[in-house]
Design a protein. Structure first.
Length: 339
């Protein structure tokens, strides 16, 4: 995923959100404070941040999950077994593809269906589960060819979705929900990927959007989770003295253009629950796994913190992630799924 559109090392485009979307930005600039949320109403499941963080650390115990690695295969098998145990129906979508940084490999998207009998059109919740094969943003040149562990950039979104899947197995959501763990997202690059779709990122989501399993309903909406686990503790190796960072989920420009009403529903739900990480501020335009679905006309939203200090460095480990951040995202989505 990712980076602003500066030449060379960066991969995402950092563009200001359109002024015409300011009606969504209007109002408070932050949404209160974390776990001090409104009381849980009847029929509303409780998102367990401890279990979510355990799912994050479990993925990291497999090691880096870059394409072709032992960790990639071990995590794939584990995620498939988890989804099979939780979802009503599961599709294991195998495909072969070339990647910019990792070469040609076998990949797998894992898609589960929940609440199939619920009324309404389906919503797709997604996160990528692979990790980057190089730490190309690390300030230490000796680390830059090292695969990242991807605790935040990879494991965090999956962890939130696994906990939501556990809740949906126990209590059906208000509408049908598809959960997708997407492969082959993070092996693109700005320079080497020039001329390729999405600069070589989003390979798995692009395949899924263009080879949708015919036995599954097409989603009307999509929520993508990416880098949703960062903590608010300064990393002295990567941040100057006095600089602190914390989770900041701003309004991603492509999401605003494609799905302004869904953006507003999500950020309003976060505000109602007192979650301070959700900011009604422009966040730039991000090349990420929602882009292929936007191309297909889906109202798709990317919940992403771009970019924490540990992004694409060897410090992207559980030590720099927080259960509280996972909770803010997961609890907000509980409000969306059990409306």
């Amino acid at each position: 995923m990712k980076s602003d559109a500066e030449a060379g090392t960066r991969v995402l485009k950092a563009l200001l959100a359109p002024v015409c979307m300011l009606f969504i930005i209007a109002g408070c600039t932050s949404c209160g404070g974390g776990d001090a949320a409104a009381p849980v109403g009847p029929g509303r499941p409780v998102f367990d941040k401890t279990l979510a963080f355990a799912a994050l650390t479990q993925q990291c115990e497999f090691g880096p999950r870059n394409p072709g690695s032992a960790g990639h295969e071990s995590c794939r098998a584990w995620l498939a077994s988890q989804m099979t145990a939780l979802a009503t129906k599961v599709v294991l979508q195998d495909f072969e593809a070339d990647t910019v940084l990792a070469g040609r490999h076998q990949f797998q998207n894992i898609i589960g269906l929940f609440g199939a009998a619920a009324p309404g059109s389906p919503i797709l919740l997604a996160a990528h589960w692979d990790t980057r094969p190089i730490a190309d943003e690390d300030p230490d040149p000796t680390n830059r060819n090292t695969p990242i562990l991807g605790a935040n950039d990879g494991a965090s979104g999956v962890a939130v979705l696994l906990e939501l899947a556990r809740l949906m197995k126990a209590r059906a959501p208000s509408r049908p929900v598809l959960v997708a763990f997407l492969d082959a997202e993070d092996s693109g690059a700005a320079s080497a990927g020039a001329g390729k779709r999405f600069l070589g990122f989003c390979v798995g989501s692009d395949y899924l959007a263009n080879h949708w399993p015919p036995e599954r309903p097409w989603p009307a909406e999509m929520v993508l989770l990416d880098m949703v686990g960062t903590d608010n503790v300064r990393n002295p190796r990567l941040q100057p003295t006095g600089v602190t960072g914390g989770p900041a989920f701003k309004l991603e420009a492509a999401s605003l253009a494609a799905a302004p009403l869904l953006v507003d529903r999500i950020w309003s739900a976060a505000q109602a629950r007192g979650h301070s990480a959700f900011l009604r501020q422009p966040g730039g335009e991000i090349i990420d796994d929602h882009c292929p679905f936007i191309e297909k006309g889906v109202a798709a939203v990317d919940i992403i913190h771009f970019a924490p200090a540990e992004w694409h460095t060897v410090d992207d480990t559980p030590a720099h992630c927080s259960p509280d951040t996972l909770y803010q995202v997961g609890d907000t989505l509980v409000s969306i799924l059990w409306n």
